[in-house]
Design a protein around this ligand. Structure first.
Ligand code: NAD
Ligand code: ZN
Length: 349
C-alpha cells in the first residue's frame, strides 16, 4: 500500500527592506526579544528602543565575536525565551552585525518550530549582505556555518547612522561585498564605485547599500535555496574561505579575505581568457582605494589547494568557481584543471 503525502505549496515569504539614515518606527504585537551583544547594546540599544513599539520587550545578549556563533549561544537564547514564556506569536529581533543576525535567525527558526524574526543590521557587511536572504546558522568545530537553516526575516530595517561608530576596517570589509556585487552583476555600478567614494557622504553610502541590496534581493528571489544563481554570490569566497581558514579566522576580517579572494579569482579568469588585464587592474585599484588588501601570500600551494575541498560548495573532487566574464557578468566553472589552478596560485607566492 502506498500513501501520498501531498505537500505542493505556495507560500509568500516576501518582505520589505527599509533603508534610510534614520531608523524607522518598528511596531510589533506580542513579546519581543532583542538579541544583541554588549558592544552594540552599549552604542545603539537606546535608539532601537526609542523606535520600538511592542507589548513586552526583553534584551538577550550573547558575547561579541565569531567564536560565539555557536549552538551554545543558541541554547542560551532559547533558555531566555522559555524563561520569559515566549510563544509562537513572539518575535525575535537580531540587532548587530552578521554574527548576531545569523544566530538570531537560526534561533527564531527552531524555537517552537519557528517564530517571527526581524533584522536590524548594524555593520556595513550585514546591511549590504547578511541581513537579506534568509541564510541563518552557526559554526561547528568542523567548520563555519555548517549548522543552519533557510529562514527569511519578516522585515529588515537598515539605518546607516548606526555605521558612524563602526571602525574603518569594518567599513572597508563591507565595501568588499559591495564591490563583489558590482563586478559580477552591474558594470555601471562598478563605474559609480570608481567615480564616487562610498565613505564620503551619507548620500553615497545610502546609494551603495541600496544598489547592493537590490541585487541581493533579486538573486534571492530568483533562487532562494541556492540551487543555481545564488551560488554566484560565492564569487571571491572560494579563495577567500581558504584565506580565512589559513588565518585561523582571526587574522583577516571576512571582507578582507573576500577582497584578496576576488583578486585571485580574477587572476584565474585572466588565465582562462575571460577577463582582460585592464579589467583586472581596474578591480585591484578599486579595492585599494577602499583600503582593502589585494595580495595574499600563499605559504604552501598544495595545502592551499587542498583546502578548497573544505568548502561545502566543492564536492565530488570538483572545485566550483564563480569567475567574472568581463565586468558585470559571471560564469560558473567546475572543470578548470588542477594544473591551471596551481599555475595561478603560483603567482601568489
Ligand atoms: N547570512 C548570510 O547570508 C551571511 C552573509 C555574509 C556573512 N555572514 C556572516 O556574517 C558574519 C560577519 O558579520 P560582520 O562582518 O557584521 O561581523 P560581526 O557581526 O562580528 O561584527 C563585527 C564587529 O562590529 C561590532 N559592531 C556591530 N555593529 C557595530 C556598530 N554599529 N558600531 C561599532 N561596532 C559594531 C560587532 O560587535 C563586532 O565586534 C560572519 O559570521 C559571516 O559568516 C552571513
Ligand atoms: Zn561574504
Amino acid at each position: 500500500m502506498k500513501i501520498d503525502v501531498n505537500l505542493k505549496k505556495s507560500v509568500d515569504d516576501s518582505y520589505k527592506i527599509e533603508i534610510g539614515d534614520e531608523l524607522e518606527k518598528i511596531e510589533i504585537k506580542g513579546k519581543v526579544g532583542i538579541v544583541t551583544n554588549p558592544k552594540v547594546a552599549g552604542l545603539h540599544l537606546k535608539e532601537l528602543l526609542s523606535k520600538l513599539e511592542a507589548d513586552e520587550v526583553h534584551i538577550i545578549t550573547v558575547p561579541d565575536g565569531e567564536e560565539f556563533k555557536s549552538l551554545k549561544s543558541v541554547n542560551s537564547i532559547l533558555e531566555s525565551l522559555f524563561i520569559h514564556q515566549f510563544d509562537r506569536k513572539s518575535t525575535l529581533i537580531g540587532f548587530g552585525g552578521g554574527v548576531v543576525g545569523d544566530i538570531t535567525g537560526f534561533t527564531a527558526s527552531i524555537f517552537q518550530r519557528g517564530i517571527n524574526f526581524i533584522q536590524v543590521p548594524t555593520t556595513l557587511l550585514s546591511q549590504v549582505d547578511s541581513s537579506v536572504g534568509g541564510k541563518t546558522g552557526v559554526n561547528s568545530r568542523f567548520g563555519k556555518n555548517l549548522i543552519g537553516s533557510f529562514y527569511q526575516p519578516k522585515a529588515v530595517f537598515i539605518n546607516t547612522s548606526f555605521l558612524k561608530t563602526l571602525p574603518e576596517r569594518e567599513i572597508s570589509a563591507g565595501i568588499a561585498e559591495i564591490i563583489k556585487m558590482a563586478i559580477i552583476f552591474d558594470d555601471e555600478f562598478l563605474l559609480w564605485l570608481e567615480e564616487h567614494d562610498v565613505r564620503k557622504s551619507s548620500k553615497n553610502l545610502l546609494y551603495a547599500i541600496r544598489q547592493s541590496i537590490e541585487l541581493k534581493a533579486w538573486v534571492v528571489s530568483k533562487d532562494e535555496k541556492e540551487k543555481g544563481l545564488r551560488a554566484s554570490l560565492n564569487y571571491g569566497h572560494t579563495f577567500g574561505h581558504v584565506i580565512e581558514n589559513e588565518g585561523n579566522y582571526t587574522r583577516y576580517l571576512h571582507g578582507e579575505a573576500v577582497s584578496m579572494g576576488i583578486v585571485m579569482a580574477n587572476k584565474l579568469a585572466v588565465e582562462i581568457g575571460d577577463l582582460s588585464q585592464g579589467a583586472f587592474a581596474r578591480v585591484v585599484s578599486l579595492l585599494k582605494k577602499y583600503g582593502l588588501p589585494t595580495k595574499y601570500e600563499i605559504q604552501d600551494i598544495e595545502t592551499f589547494y587542498d583546502k578548497f575541498f573544505l568548502d561545502k560548495k566543492s564536492s565530488g573532487g570538483k572545485i566550483k568557481f564563480v569567475l567574472p566574464n568581463g565586468i558585470g557578468k559571471f560564469k560558473f566553472h567546475d572543470d578548470i584543471g588542477e594544473e591551471t589552478i596551481k599555475k595561478v596560485l603560483e603567482k601568489f607566492i
